[in-house]
Design a protein around this ligand. Structure first.
Ligand code: NAP
Ligand code: FER
Length: 341
């Protein structure tokens, strides 16, 4: 089976990693390169990407250190979540005009193995939602809160990075699942207002206003049962300090440390986990794909009804992908950061 879209360009732009960043990534570490349009092989589709995902974990893949995902290769296009339209197909079951979710982001066109593409329905949800609120970041919030932190009705829950893609969903799922009190932290007064006024958090603070331990103590005078950690560092130590008996901490991410050039001191108060019989557990969303159907079934209707609200920060143009990624590290985004091509 072979079919092709009528008008395709000869070239496709793609972002390459040129050198491994030390500390904050610099524009010189990257290049937007024009390459010949990829040619799909047997079993592949040519996808015109419409939305690219930029995510904090990509900072880790820019480093050489071995991790759960292999490092990006120098001089090669970077990888990442993307949703696009099939413009040529040499694969059974996918036709021109279909839409797919795949991992060859950071570029305009990609030749994708059909086996590595998931068909998505643009009528069921806006395409960008498959990268965020119904996609990887949404599932991360769901799995981390319900499976790792084992949220129970009546819990007091603290979420950092609470105006971001994962955090905003974790906080709202906690509320909708019966948490007694949900507290969020974020990096601007505008984000704090959004948590309180739109997302239904019971308390929220700007972590730049003063010590996290003090602000968390004021927001949760009786302590917390669950901490959903997106940030690490000072936030994590404050949460350990506020943990109640049988409290649970889900380690999702530690974005405050991703550009660190020196080893960072750990929380100095881990002894509290003994007194509280507390539990702290890291997780990766990729180990919890089995929850995807349950996640969509439970959270999808909340999104459709407006019970769970979300925002995206959309940056236009493949040429602005790097700035969008750097913006995530700086906190320019509210909700999922998306690049629209
Ligand atoms: P996001 O929260 O939408 O964006 C990142 C946010 O981090 C920024 O908007 C910024 O918001 C905040 N930030 C940056 N530097 C900070 C600092 N020094 N201290 C506190 N906050 C800081 O990103 P996301 O995609 O939802 O990811 C959130 C976290 O989850 C990240 O740590 C990511 O690595 C992790 N994650 C883990 C998994 C997994 O499987 N374990 C999967 C997805 C994501 P402010 O304006 O509030 O500073
Ligand atoms: C994945 C595992 C982990 C994945 C993303 C992550 C895109 C994110 C980890 C992090 O942000 O720390 O399979 O797929």
């Amino acid at each position: 089976m072979s079919s092709t879209h009528p008008a395709l360009p000869a070239l496709s732009r793609e972002w390459h990693l040129l050198s491994r960043p030390v500390g904050w990534p610099k524009p010189e570490d990257f290049a937007l390169v024009e390459a010949p349009l990829p040619v799909p092989g047997e079993g592949q589709v040519l996808v015109r990407n419409r939305y690219l995902s930029v995510d904090p974990y990509m900072r880790g893949r820019m480093s050489a250190a071995k991790s759960y995902a292999p490092p990006y290769e120098l001089g090669e296009p970077m990888l990442g979540g993307a949703v696009g339209e099939v413009v040529a197909s040499r694969a059974e079951g996918l036709a021109v005009g279909d839409h797919v979710l795949h991992r060859l982001g950071w570029r305009e066109y990609a030749a994708v193995d059909a086996s590595a593409a998931v068909q998505v329905d643009p009528k069921a949800a806006p395409l960008a939602a498959y990268l965020g609120v119904l996609g990887m970041t949404g599932l991360t919030a769901y799995a981390g809160l319900l499976r790792i932190a084992a949220l129970k009705e009546g819990d007091t829950v603290f979420v950092s990075g609470a105006a971001g893609a994962v955090g905003s969903q974790a906080g709202q799922i906690a509320r909708l699942k019966g948490a007694a009190r949900v507290i969020g932290s974020a990096g601007s007064d505008e984000k704090v207002r959004l948590l309180l006024d739109e997302y239904g958090f019971d308390a929220a603070f700007n972590y730049k206003d003063g010590p996290v331990a003090e602000q968390l103590g004021a927001a949760a005078p009786d302590g917390i049962d669950v901490y959903f950690d997106n940030v690490g560092g000072e936030h994590l130590e404050a949460a350990v300090g506020a943990l109640r008996v049988h409290g649970r901490i889900a380690l999702c991410g530690m974005i405050s440390l991703y550009n660190a050039t020196e080893p960072v001191p750990g929380p100095r108060n881990l002894g509290r986990l003994i007194q509280t019989r507390g539990r702290i557990e890291g997780f990766l969303v990729s180990d919890h794909r089995d929850l995807q159907p349950r996640f969509v079934q439970e959270v999808g209707p909340w999104i459709a009804s407006g019970a769970l609200k979300h925002r995206e920060t959309v940056v236009d143009g493949v040429e602005n992908t790097l700035e969008a990624f750097l913006g995530v590290l700086r906190g320019d985004n509210t909700g999922k950061m998306i690049v629209k091509l």
